[in-house]
Design a protein around this ligand. Sequence first.
Ligand code: G4P
Length: 307
Amino acid sequence: MTIEWYPGHMSKAHEQMAELVRRIDVIIEILDARLPVSSANHLLAELRRNKPWVKVLNKNDLADPGVTKAWVRTFEQQTGIRALPLSAKQHREVLQLPKLCLRLAPTRGKPGRPLRAMVVGIPNVGKSTLINTLAGKAMAKVGDKPAITTCTQQIDLRNGIILSDTPGVLWPTMSDQNAAYRLATTGAIGANALDYTDVGTFAAEFMLTRYPDQLMARYQFTELPEGPLPLLEQIGKRLGCIVSGGGVDLHRAAEAFLRELRGGKLGRVSFEEPEPAAPHLESSGEAPEPEKESENERSVNPCETPC
Ligand code: G4P
């Protein structure tokens, strides 16, 4: 199935953004650290007007750490661009952002001369979470359904910085369907615009190729299923996605698998790496580090992720 998704308010948001960029000092672009190319707004470079540009690599807690380091190096080779990996839920990490913005616009952030920053990002990338963490209270709606914010709003952080929060914007035609599928895998595309079995198959294929050890660890496979559909079937069995008669409900299996992948149950995963593959890339490609859970808890528990 071809993925297309461009709700009406997004076209208006692009026009607002072009107008707004004239009046701000710094652009804050929120990217998904797991897919910093596909989650970028490719029209932003045209609108930019040479303003300092911070690329926030959000959801860093879910991304492969070695790959994120390589992305930071890649982005910072570009003039006027700084890259900042963080998790929008972590207050201490988020506090680096205002400090960086003030360094990029040193004449601003003073009484009577606030620093104005435009915050942009595709739906579901964590823009509202980041703004709420920065503001110290709920200023923007957070949700797991993409495209919740539909108009630009101003937020005075009361530290010399005023944010303009723009609605989550995608672009009119998803000419790169691989990128569209990566976006769908991470939850940036509305559920009504995708076929879960297709997206689950895409994600299963990717994981088999790139993070087989993490699949083995999560689902306690002794050997990997050969191909994405057998993999989804095996996962469906483990998660209890069974129809009457004993077969696997592939749709529900794909949905449950994507929920696990998006929630970090398969460990830290990045869907895009800088091109060409940098020799210094320190990607682990290994089973996830046990952080809060013990080794046994990290393996799938059907009760934990019911189908
Ligand atoms: P948006 O404004 O860009 O559309 O995104 P929003 O902040 O609403 O966040 C979308 C989802 O992503 C939310 O999940 C939010 O909690 C989660 N999220 C945002 N930033 C991070 C991050 O740095 N790390 C992780 N792991 N998740 C992040 P949700 O399903 O609504 O979850 P929750 O509110 O139950 O946590």
